[in-house]
Design a protein around this ligand. Structure first.
Ligand SMILES: [Zn+2]
Length: 475
């Protein structure tokens, strides 16, 4: 069999791998390359000659037999509508929550594309943008979603006589899975696991990552391959302290940039518990994103897939995210109004990396206010405003305006849904180094990969590879 790395190679986003068994072709994840998009949006830098430049995909979409998804995040699913638009006619396999969350995320991307198109038409006097082929809209997403077939977690699913796949709980997002393929290749049985993104133990709402049985080959993410989270931090206590400081002591607004799907639910559930168990003043808590509400509904519909604490909470309260002082903000007018809410409050808004989205106007309105606090809770790719703030920038450009950073910037890593170096080592640790033939590190920047590789080699995993985009391996 043959494995080609088409994305998330020596970088974090754009997960996409092609697995070929004779002439049967499986695409694992079909993610958007955010790093490439970022580079293209920065006009002063020369445009890179990307792998995707001439056509959207470096293969013929109609030649793929099946697509299998690890989870819903856009850097794993964002190119699916283009794949279908360009001729893919097969099924897309994933878990039920992944189907539901992907539907929300892809429709959000389609809306964003619609707005981009409108902006471009307004600016260029009705001339269509040159990259129209690279955009997809609601109709394409609807067509794509019809191709989905949901597969239960923890059960073998037969793709054909020679290939089966098993979805193993990855604990990273609702529905997220490691994909374990069992393949009969010219009479020889081979196993390969694609980790997808790996979560961490004791994360709010989610079940812990499950061990992966012994495989021959492992494609492993490495986002935090060279970093350790502070394990002594309990999310409830940490969030309590941040709100106490920002809203009680400073009497200011607390802005939390967070992805609407997953991260926001972890925050809301933790806040819900906080308000049940502590005397924290009941400041207004806003989740400012239409996607947050839709995603929360998916979480509440998927109670059985959540951890015991969440299931018990739901049994007692019949809800997970509904507390007195909490409000979802759906319309844009309201969103703009809360940026200057007259009392201390907490605003949770997306995008988590502060790269587009409503969070930008909250940052713009509050960054020069020394009473305000901005709390960074997730991974931020280089080149995003979130990255700059998390790394101590004193001045930033928000929506084309240069602004001084006077708000307090705090960082919390207990809501990060990616495992750290130890979690990743634990994940690989279930594999016997004498049996595991090769490890491929993906979904990380080079320093993270090199740090992780070094640790793996100390543990006798000796064939650790860092594939580049386009690299092909015969397995
Ligand atoms: Zn993810």
């Amino acid at each position: 069999m043959k494995l080609t790395f088409l994305g998330a190679a020596l970088q974090v986003t754009g997960s996409m791998y092609l697995l070929e068994v004779d002439d049967f072709r499986i695409l694992i994840d079909c993610g958007q390359d955010m790093e490439k998009m970022k580079k293209e949006e920065t006009p002063q830098k020369p445009k890179e000659t990307t792998y995707f430049r001439k056509s959207t995909f470096p293969f013929e979409p109609s030649s793929i037999h099946v697509v299998v998804l690890t989870h819903a995040h856009i850097d794993h699913t964002g190119m699916l509508p283009l794949l279908c638009k360009e001729g893919y006619e097969g099924q897309v396999l994933c878990t039920t929550p992944t189907y539901q969350l992907t539907n929300i995320l892809l429709h959000d991307s389609a809306q964003l594309n619609q707005r981009r198109l409108k902006k471009s038409l307004d600016k260029n006097r009705r001339k269509l943008p040159t990259n129209l082929d690279e955009l997809y809209f609601a109709k394409h997403v609807d067509d794509t979603m019809e191709r989905f077939v949901t597969v239960p977690m923890n059960q073998k699913f037969k793709i054909n006589d020679d290939i089966s796949v098993h979805f193993n709980n990855a604990g990273h997002l609702l529905g997220a899975a490691n994909l374990i393929f069992k393949i009969k290749d010219k009479g020889v049985e081979k196993t390969i696991c694609f980790s997808g993104d790996i979560g961490r133990k004791n994360y709010p709402l989610l079940q812990d990552p499950q061990p992966v049985p012994q495989v021959d080959y492992l494609v492993c993410e490495s986002t935090y391959g060279n970093r350790l989270h502070n394990k002594n931090v309990v999310p409830e206590k940490a969030l309590y302290d941040v709100i106490k400081k920002a809203c009680v002591e400073k009497e200011g607004r607390l802005i939390v940039p967070a992805f609407s799907v997953g991260r926001t639910q972890a925050l809301l559930f933790t806040l819900n518990k906080l308000y049940q168990n502590t005397d924290l003043p009941r400041f207004k808590i806003y989740a400012d994103s239409p996607m947050a509400l839709e995603s929360s509904k998916v979480y509440e519909k998927s109670i059985r897939s959540l951890n015991k604490e969440a299931r018990d909470f739901f049994e007692d309260n019949e809800e997970l995210f509904d507390f007195e002082n909490f409000e979802y903000v759906s319309d844009l007018k309201h969103s703009k109004a809360i940026s200057n809410h007259y009392q201390p409050c907490v605003i949770i808004s997306s995008s988590g990396m502060i790269h587009g989205g409503r969070i930008e106007h909250h940052i713009k309105e509050n960054i020069q206010n020394s009473r305000a606090t901005i709390c960074m809770i997730g991974y931020c790719a280089e080149g995003t405003l979130g990255f700059e703030l998390a790394n101590g920038a004193k001045e930033i450009m928000v929506r084309n305006k240069k602004m001084e950073v006077r708000a307090d910037i705090l960082k919390l890593d207990c809501f990060s849904a990616h495992g750290d170096q130890q979690d990743l080592l634990d994940f690989v640790g279930f594999q016997n180094p004498k049996i595991l033939k090769k490890i491929f590190l993906t979904h990380g920047d080079e320093p993270a990969m090199l740090g992780f590789k070094e640790k793996l080699e100390e543990l006798n995993y000796l064939d650790v590879n860092l594939p580049s985009k386009g690299d092909v391996f015969e397995l």
